[in-house]
Design a protein around this ligand. Structure first.
Ligand code: PGA
Length: 246
């Protein structure tokens, strides 16, 4: 049995006030049947870690490759750990697009996180044009294989894969449970082809307009092991409802 993983990606949203409100709203009486990880903007990580360490985990939305040194603006994986974080997201499509992050850079970030003892979630996903031209799986595979080639298939067990079709992120258009389930099954089959012992234990979560209304039907798919939630994770009540749908 794979334990579900539900992650909140706050992106560039929030404030100290929101951190406090969220913790108060989320903490009250929730029973966790999943691993829950909150990814606030970097500057709030330490505060959030201090307030939530009892019941959820926290992490960074990105991480630098270098362990330390002269890299202005970068945050090293060891620093995430130092302030109480245990996860990072690497290769989110917004970073691949806005910052031009390559598959190779993402693979190096995945490796840096592992080296510091963090659990990385690597995001993969296709654009609408790529899906319509029948290339969705090839794109996802290319993104995934960059990590596997650099770190090995077994390394995936120290983190998770997030399948996030770009056309479903922040658009209100969710992949149908069948569409998402099919891609998750294909990803698992690809990993099984590389290492049969890794595939059954690998957590593959879905991201893209997940909300309290659609979470249950997504989680009902055999190969969907949780969610990476953007917009609906900004309010404690809606995020708690998604966690409760596990
Ligand atoms: P969304 O974002 O839930 O707002 O679509 C998901 C993500 O980008 O991780």
């Amino acid at each position: 049995m794979r334990r579900s993983l539900i992650a909140a990606n706050w992106k560039t949203h929030g404030s100290l006030e929101m951190v406090g409100d969220f913790v108060k709203g989320f903490a009250s009486g929730i029973e966790l049947r999943a691993d829950v990880v909150l990814f606030p903007p970097a500057v709030y990580l330490s505060t959030l870690a201090g307030l939530t360490s009892e019941f959820v985990q926290v992490g960074l939305q990105d991480v630098g490759v270098a362990a330390d040194g002269a890299h202005t603006g970068e945050i090293a994986a060891s620093m995430v750990k130092d302030v109480g974080g245990s996860w990072v997201i690497v290769g989110h499509s917004e970073r691949r697009l806005d910052q031009g992050e390559s598959d190779e850079l993402v693979a190096h970030k995945f490796a840096s996180a592992l080296a510091a003892g963090l659990s990385p979630i690597v995001c993969v996903g296709e654009t609408l044009a790529q899906r319509e031209s029948g290339d969705a799986f090839a794109v996802v595979c290319r993104q995934l294989m960059a990590v596997v080639d650099h770190c090995g298939a077994a390394a995936l067990l120290n983190g998770a894969i997030a399948y996030e079709p770009l056309w479903a992120i922040g658009t209100g258009v969710t992949a149908t449970p069948e569409q998402a389930g099919q891609m998750h099954a294909s990803i698992r089959a690809q990993v099984a082809g590389l290492d049969e012992s890794v595939a059954p234990a690998l957590r593959i979560i879905y991201g893209g307009s997940v909300n309290p209304a659609n979470a249950g039907s997504l989680f009902a798919q055999e190969d969907i092991d949780g969610a990476l939630v953007g917009g609906a994770s900004l309010q404690a009540a809606s995020f708690a409802a998604i966690v409760a749908a596990v």
